[in-house]
Structure formats: structure tokens, C-alpha cells
Design a protein around this ligand. Structure first.
Ligand code: ACO
Length: 159
């Protein structure tokens, strides 16, 4: 499996991956906007011969309310790996690339994300494998009423 930065040609494959795997879906306009604003912030996993896209991570730099007081920080918008290719370390590889891009290109001090309380696989990846910590729970964050855990991780951390 190859991991590489995504381009706008990957956006339809990413949308397919997202629709198959997650209840949080986005319009093509959102993907295009995300790509234009954060061109280095999409990481793709693809099969070497067919170039089939089997996973992605979308990240972004977050808007800050107070530039003097808040350090630059990044956010993970969405991560998804097609079912057949899970538990092979691919999400971890993509997340490491995303952290590096945010830390080195944009000087992000830490990365923030939201994950569903019941998402065992994603919580293992973030909390156990990558060393994210719980920043704050958000009750009824998702449209169906589920709680989100807001997790943070320093970009200085060895991943
Ligand atoms: N249950 C328990 N642990 C798991 C599971 C699982 N179902 N799946 C993976 N893990 C563990 C792995 O064993 C590994 O642990 P280790 O480092 O202790 O050995 C660790 O998580 C990382 O595994 P990867 O192989 O890198 O993860 P994978 O490529 O399978 O992708 C992901 C994980 C992205 C959560 C995948 O299951 C998926 O696409 N799920 C559906 C979409 C989703 O939930 N995305 C995250 C939403 S939150 C957000 O987007 C910010």
C-alpha cells in the first residue's frame, strides 16, 4: 500500500470511501473547498498497481479566535479505511503523515479531533496507538445524539 498526498483527482474516491464507512458525509463542494484551502492536508492510501484509493485522512489548520493567546493547531476532519484493508496499520501511517504536515508546514503545536464515544476502533487508534488524550466530552455533539470525545495530541510527540 502506498501513502501519498492527495490531489483533486482523488476527491471522488475519497467521497466514496467516506460514504461507505461513516455517517458523517460531506458534499463534493466541501471536499473541493477543503482541498483548495488545505492542499497539503489530504493523505491518501492506494493499492500499488491498480491505484485504487483504499483510505484517506483529511486534516486542516483551525481558525483561532485570539491569535496572540492561542497557538496554531490543526484538526483531523475525517479518517476512513475501506473495511478489507483495516487493522494493517494504514490509518496509523496516514495519521503520522497528517501530523507531520500540520507540524512542519503550518507550525501546529497540537492536533484536535472529535470521535464518537462508541467508536472502539478509532478510539484505540487515537488513545492507545497515538497517545491522544481526552480534552473534553461534548454531549449530543452528533445529529443522532451521540457524545463526542474531543481528543488532543502534541505534534512533537513521537508517533
Ligand atoms: N477494535 C480495536 N482496535 C482496533 C480496531 C478495532 N475494530 N481496529 C483497529 N484497531 C487498532 C489496531 O489493532 C491498532 O492497534 P495497535 O497500534 O495497538 O496495534 C490501531 O487500532 C491502529 O490500527 P490501524 O490498522 O492503523 O487502523 P485501521 O487502518 O484499521 O483504521 C479506522 C482504523 C480508521 C478507525 C477504521 O476502522 C475505519 O475506517 N473505521 C470507519 C471510519 C471511522 O470510524 N473513522 C474514524 C472516525 S473519527 C474521525 O474521522 C476524526
Amino acid at each position: 500500500v502506498n501513502c501519498r498526498p492527495g490531489t483533486f483527482l482523488d476527491l471522488i474516491s475519497m467521497q466514496n470511501c467516506n460514504l461507505t464507512n461513516l455517517p458523517e458525509n460531506y458534499s463534493m463542494r466541501f471536499y473541493l473547498y477543503h482541498y483548495l484551502v488545505n492542499p497539503e492536508m489530504i493523505q491518501i492510501a492506494e493499492l500499488p498497481h491498480s491505484h485504487k484509493v483504499i483510505g484517506y485522512v483529511m486534516s486542516r489548520m483551525q481558525e483561532r479566535n485570539n491569535i496572540q493567546k492561542e497557538p496554531p493547531y490543526g484538526g483531523i476532519t475525517s479518517v476512513s479505511i475501506l473495511r478489507t484493508y483495516r487493522k494493517m496499520g494504514i490509518a496509523h501511517r496516514l495519521m503520522r503523515c497528517a501530523h507531520r504536515a500540520m507540524g512542519e508546514i503550518y507550525g501546529a503545536e497540537y492536533v484536535s479531533l472529535h470521535v464518537r464515544e462508541t467508536n472502539t476502533a478509532a478510539k484505540h487508534l487515537y488513545l492507545k496507538t497515538m497517545g491522544y488524550h481526552l480534552h473534553e466530552p461534548h454531549i449530543e455533539y452528533y445529529a443522532d445524539g451521540e457524545t463526542a470525545y474531543e481528543l488532543h495530541c502534541s505534534t512533537k510527540r513521537e508517533l
